[in-house]
Design a protein around this ligand. Structure first.
Ligand code: HEM
Length: 160
């Protein structure tokens, strides 16, 4: 296998990883809108929509793994030349932000939402917390999508 073939294969894997990671973020944003709509009409329907998203985190994680492995292979083949370029340094910082945002804000709000959905009777403080979680999750998804979009632009234009 030539170096060119290995590089191209890694780039294909990089793109598949991007589809999985960024794709779940974009689709979660859209499905969450549906979730809040259904929850307002019928709690059980809302929970069903929420359960339909349960595999998102796994897909996101697998995509990230694929991106990292393929990225490292491409860096190895190019002797880390991209690592010295401005676009890559900014990209790396933004990747860290995506991970931190996901682990701290995304996961925390997801756990909070599950707890709130487990409440049997509607209570005033539960309604308020749901509203807060809705706003936080919306901001979380929008910020992740913005970060992904900046990474796409940087990686394709490779500003230096
Ligand atoms: C959230 C994580 C990441 C996203 C969304 C992302 C996205 C992208 C995109 C859209 C491209 C352009 C593909 C093309 O030219 O067709 C690219 C290229 C590249 N990525 Fe990433 N990437 C990520 C993480 C990484 C990591 C962690 C590394 C290195 C360890 C890496 C290394 C590279 C390299 C070397 C290229 C240049 C490939 C080329 O143009 O020949 N990426 N990335």
């Amino acid at each position: 296998m030539t170096t060119h073939t290995i590089y191209s294969t890694a780039l294909v894997c990089h793109i598949i990883g991007i589809i999985m990671m960024a794709g779940t973020t974009f689709s979660d944003y859209v499905i969450f809108k549906q979730f809040w709509k259904q929850l307002a009409i019928d709690k059980l329907k809302g929970i069903a929509v929420n359960q339909a998203m349960s595999k998102s985190a796994l897909l996101f994680g697998l995509g990230f793994l694929l991106i990292i492995i393929s990225g490292i292979i491409m860096m190895y083949i190019t002797h880390g030349i991209f690592g010295e370029q401005t676009w890559f340094r900014i990209k790396f910082g933004l990747i860290l932000l995506i991970v931190i945002n996901g682990l701290i804000i995304g996961r925390r709000q997801g756990v909070k939402l599950k707890k709130l959905l487990a409440w049997e009777a509607p209570a005033k403080n539960v309604e308020d917390d749901l509203l807060k979680t809705k706003r936080n999750l919306n901001l979380f998804h929008i910020s992740q999508m913005v970060l992904f979009t900046i990474i796409f632009v940087l990686s394709i234009f490779k500003f230096n």
